[in-house]
Design a protein around this ligand. Structure first.
Ligand code: MN3
Length: 238
């Protein structure tokens, strides 16, 4: 396949008399922006309509959650990284602790919400049910059974103190899944593993519809878990 592509490219370049295209290596060595320039993070679009997860997660919650809360984390992360770049330029690191904390908080929020939207899908159209194949095997190997996995994640998410997340990570060192909590979006979880599934249990994720009944929201959330995306994330983390 790649031989064929190279042949087509070489033929096109030859036929049109174009100068040789720059190689990937020379592009990598010539950055388009000056060294040390922070990345401009952007809010990813929701992969479905605001009301796509109804009745389990209501449209108004989704709209506010994505358009306001997640957008604020993106802005906060950009701001923090801009400030750290300014500190590098000026050599004044007096506020390095403040901006490092801001970068961790907003960066955690941006990362986890970007994952959160994609590990959900409309119920019955990619969302809900049970995982199958290699992902189900991995869950059973890691937790004993799907039921035990579900109960632990329910308990972990329900027991987060204040605002936070229930998280499932893939840990490459032993090839297993583990369940963790995050307070806010950056505290408590351990190193060396990659999030592959998470449920946001900040009140902004459920309060309009479920008020103080976090457990009811968690129970409803299982109806929209996108197991195909979770499986893809596990494979990419391997
Ligand atoms: Mn949230």
């Amino acid at each position: 396949m790649s031989d064929r592509r190279d042949f087509i490219k070489a033929t096109a370049v030859g036929a049109l008399g174009l100068a040789a295209l720059p190689s990937a290596a020379s592009l990598a060595a010539t950055p388009l922006v000056p060294s040390g320039t922070p990345t401009k993070h952007e809010l990813p679009p929701l992969p479905y309509a605001y009301d796509a997860l109804e009745p389990h997660i209501d449209a108004q919650t989704m709209q506010l959650h994505h358009d306001k809360h997640h957008a604020a984390y993106v802005a906060g992360l950009n701001k923090a990284e801009d400030e750290l770049a300014k500190a590098r330029a000026s050599g004044d690191f007096a506020l390095v602790q403040h901006w490092s904390k801001q970068a961790a908080f907003h960066g955690g929020g941006h990362f986890l919400h970007s994952m959160f939207w994609t590990v959900m899908a409309p119920s019955g159209k990619g969302g809900g049910g049970e995982p199958s194949g290699a992902l189900m095997d991995l869950i059973v190997r890691s937790f004993g059974s799907f039921d035990a996995f579900k109960k632990q994640l329910n308990a972990a998410a329900a027991a987060v103190e204040g605002s936070g997340w229930g998280l499932v990570h893939f840990r490459p060192s032993d090839g297993s899944l583990i369940i963790l909590q995050a307070e806010n979006q950056h505290k408590l979880s351990s190193w060396g593993s990659t999030p592959v599934l998470g449920i946001d249990v900040w009140e902004h994720a459920y309060y309009l519809k479920y008020q103080n009944k976090r457990a009811d929201y968690i129970a409803a959330w299982w109806n929209v878990v996108n197991w195909a995306e979770v499986a893809r994330r596990v494979e990419s983390a391997r």
